[in-house]
Write a protein that binds this ligand. Sequence first.
Ligand code: CMX
Length: 479
Amino acid sequence: MSLRSLVSPSIVSRASVLLRPLSVAAHSHTHGHKTSNATNLKARLTEVIPQKQEEIKKFKDEYKNFIIDEVTLDQAYGGMRDIIGLVCETSLLDPEEGIRFRGYSIPECQKLLPKVQGGEEPLPEALFWLLVTGEIPSVEQTKSITDEWNSRSKIPDHVESLLKNFPKTLHPMTQFVSAVAALNHDSKFAKAYDQGVHKGKYWEYTYEDSMDLLAKLPGIAARIYRNIYKDSKIVDINPKLDWSANFSRQLGFDSPDFFEMMRLYLTIHSAHEGGNVSAHTTHLVGSALSDAYLSFSAGLAGLAGPLHGLANQEVLKWLTNLRKELGDKEVSDETLKQYIWSTLKAGRVVPGYGHAVLRKTDPRYTCQREFSLKHLPNDPLFRLTSQLYNVIPGVLTEHGKTKNPWPNVDAHSGVLLRYYGLTEMNYYTVLFGVSRGIGCAADLIWARALGFPIERPKSETTESLKKLIAKRVHDANRK
Ligand code: CMX
């Protein structure tokens, strides 16, 4: 019996009545707004938000009963894969093409977003403006974000001492999750809510918390690194430098090449539409009106899982073990194949490969590969990574389980970091987290601006599902 025949006919007919042509731009880059010269992001948002609210109100009024998806039993048991049940305005993932930030691909962002003078990689500050407004910012608009983040970057004393008191053996991601949650001590949203703020102003306080959060993420992340692996000392930020350069310096890396790598890294890890674990968790927790710190802290806890962001750590561990076992010299494809098979036969995943949505090589992998071809073509680990790119997809295809045998973002990032001397692989997911803050914060601002309600999908038991299916089959057979 087809699924469609089990769908309530009244819903189907209501939907088809509503089926009229809808004009949608292929990539509505500026969402129909005129670009503005406003150099203040909040001022620009004050212009953009009412237009979007109006657009969505009309859209929902006209099409609210339109059926946009059907759900199979397999999907209910299978991690809700592919079910359309969320709205995230900031980015969209195509299985074949990869991520687009507000309609722009990664190569387009690399080309169009402002850079530092003489630089080639986009500034993450510019990407944040793009994700929030839907518009490519000018150099002045980008600088306004840099200046604002620099001016809000002070880490509260209680977070400093919290970080100092953690044992060095506590995983960097656990430290990050805890420190970000503790920022909620100063949440402007939580305070305003407590004082009875009107719903219409939620986004403004979420915006303030988001800007404070993004300003402080690098300083927290750098302190974790310096405390665990170095001498705990940290340089002050230089207000003349951008977010990535200051973060690099606070970590202890002072070279222009490292800054450029960091700009690329912090741009490409920011957003991957709304359904991935870190983005969705942040969005979900935010829907309960938990402030941006608590929401993003929960998202970071999800990022710390090995099937999600921790995979960048796992990749480097896997590569290190491979070299321990097979030696540092170049080995044949055949030897690599055997090693990959030994991982699979041990019931483990090959980290950095596969994806829940993507069905081609991740463009975030490709741009890191291109960066490596330009800056470190002869690095032995990069050469090994390239060789594995030729071998792993074939083995995974032969293995026959994974729907996507191609590499994801995590298959490459550790190679770059290690080349530049950031060798502590347990720390890698923290860098992913700093970047992911950009996408999660942009989404939270819009979720509050659009008045999204608390999330509450329906769950069933196996027993109740059996009954539901039996009843629908019975009803369908009677017709
Ligand atoms: N190595 C071995 N087996 C893999 C695999 C891989 N890289 N990728 C998928 N599979 C297996 C799955 O474990 C699953 O096996 P079972 O049927 O035994 O459960 C089967 O193939 C089907 O999985 P799928 O539908 O292709 O993939 P999912 O949507 O379930 O999972 C992902 C996606 C990313 C968790 C999975 O591909 C994976 O575990 N990859 C390795 C870890 C990784 O790189 N994660 C990072 C993803 C990017 C990120 O979020 O940062």
